[in-house]
Design a protein around this ligand. Structure first.
Ligand code: SOE
Length: 391
């Protein structure tokens, strides 16, 4: 079986998720499209790099990403750094002939996102694969929703309502990670999590054409965390810690018009106590409705208009072996999958695309389109008007 040497750049929380995905993929999907080999892990913090080598089982570690991009042994670069580093690493890796899986949002600026999409388009001709890590569209229940839509079972889509609500930054004393700094993250909630549901909305409903919305920052400063590690509010900071300004959005709410005439809404915040990874959508069509909530990710709710009047209502489908990506699920529906299996699905899609030589559904062009929607939301929030998403 073909082997692909993987380099991971950025060994924090998301780096761990990529490793779990690569390691478990062949155990769940067999025969695997190719065998990922954990070759090199790179992190700018030397202790994190060497700990990740030992913990995750990489053969080598380093602290400078140029070393992996210039290493002829490396086939694939998985980018899990803060957003402002995505473009330079991804473009250099693509130009060096490496396949690239990059975390979302694609970049911290629209210019960088465009440059990445252009580099991906140029190198695609040479068989180089790019992918953005918009994994939630690959949840089996979400893919099943897409199947219902594609098969015309809920008719023409009228409305798609999405939310992504989390709670990890609701405490004003949770640390000022890079996710609250515009120079590193580019945007706050918008790029970090609204981007996921923008991707899902466009996956299910086609391209978004126009947006009108608002963005708000409630918590204007946060205590500085020591050590530079992205602790996502799980750590308590010392009471007298220095506070610094937050210059990104906490909360985004916007209405959308799709190119196909459907309408919808998207809301996102990381400050909603009690909401943890509350990714939801409702799709209403002329012939039925679909609803999903990631906090119950093994369930899709379906209501079909043609059911008899006295028994029309939502029924719950529990995803399992018969569902999209059923290999990843256990033998009996209801045994359920979680975030770890989802990462294995993501790596399966990526490695399969690399092994078979086609661009996956969340390639850099798709990531760039999400970024253009985000940019239109920013402009709309400043101007208070509907804004056209640039084509
Ligand atoms: C933090 O909000 C975060 O880690 C996001 O960056 C991820 O994209 C999301 O999937 C989980 O939450």
């Amino acid at each position: 079986m073909k082997k692909l040497n993987i380099a991971l750049v950025g060994a924090g929380f998301m780096g761990k998720a990529h490793v779990i995905g690569y390691s478990n993929m062949p155990k769940l999907f067999w025969p695997a499209p190719a065998m990922p080999v954990l070759k090199t892990v790179c992190d700018i913090v030397p202790e994190i790099a060497s700990e990740a080598k030992e913990r995750f089982g990489f053969e080598k570690c380093c602290t400078d990403w140029h070393d992996v991009v210039n290493d002829p042994e490396i086939d694939v670069v998985s980018i899990c750094t803060p957003n402002n580093k995505h473009a330079e690493i991804a473009i250099a890796a693509l130009k060096a002939g490496k396949h690239v899986l990059c975390e979302k949002p694609i970049a911290s600026t629209l210019e960088d996102a465009k440059a990445m999409a252009e580099a991906a388009a140029e190198t695609a001709d040479k068989g180089i694969i790019s992918m953005n890590a918009y994994q939630y569209r690959r949840v089996p229940a979400v893919d099943l929703a897409k199947k219902f839509i594609d098969e015309g079972l809920i008719g023409d889509i009228l409305n798609i309502r999405c939310t992504y609500l989390q709670s990890w930054s609701a405490d004003p004393n949770s640390p000022l990670s890079w996710r609250f700094q515009k120079s590193i993250a580019g945007a706050g909630t918008l790029g970090d999590i609204a981007s996921h549901v923008i991707d899902i909305a466009q996956y299910l409903g086609g391209d978004i054409d126009q947006v009108v919305g608002m963005m708000k920052t409630y918590i204007k400063e946060r205590p500085v965390q020591e050590g530079g590690v992205d602790l996502l509010g799980t750590v308590k900071i010392k009471e007298n810690a220095v506070k610094k300004a937050v210059d990104v959005d906490d909360e985004d709410s916007f209405l959308v018009k799709f190119k196909n005439g459907a309408v919808g809404s998207i809301e996102a915040t990381r400050n909603a106590w009690g909401r943890n990874n509350f990714i939801t959508f409702e799709v209403h069509g002329t012939m039925g409705s679909l609803t999903f909530n990631y906090e119950k990710l093994n369930e899709l709710n379906v209501c079909l208009a043609n059911d008899p009047d006295d028994r029309r209502g939502f029924k719950t489908i529990y995803t399992g072996p018969a569902s999209p990506h059923g290999d990843v699920t256990w033998n009996i529906p209801g045994m359920n999958i979680g975030y770890g299996e989802l990462k294995a699905i993501e790596m399966y899609e990526f490695i399969k695309a690399v092994a078979e030589g086609y661009q996956p559904t969340t390639n850099f062009q798709v990531g760039y389109r999400v970024e253009r929607v985000c940019d239109a939301v920013k402009e709309s929030s400043e101007k208070g008007t509907w804004v056209q998403v640039k084509d």
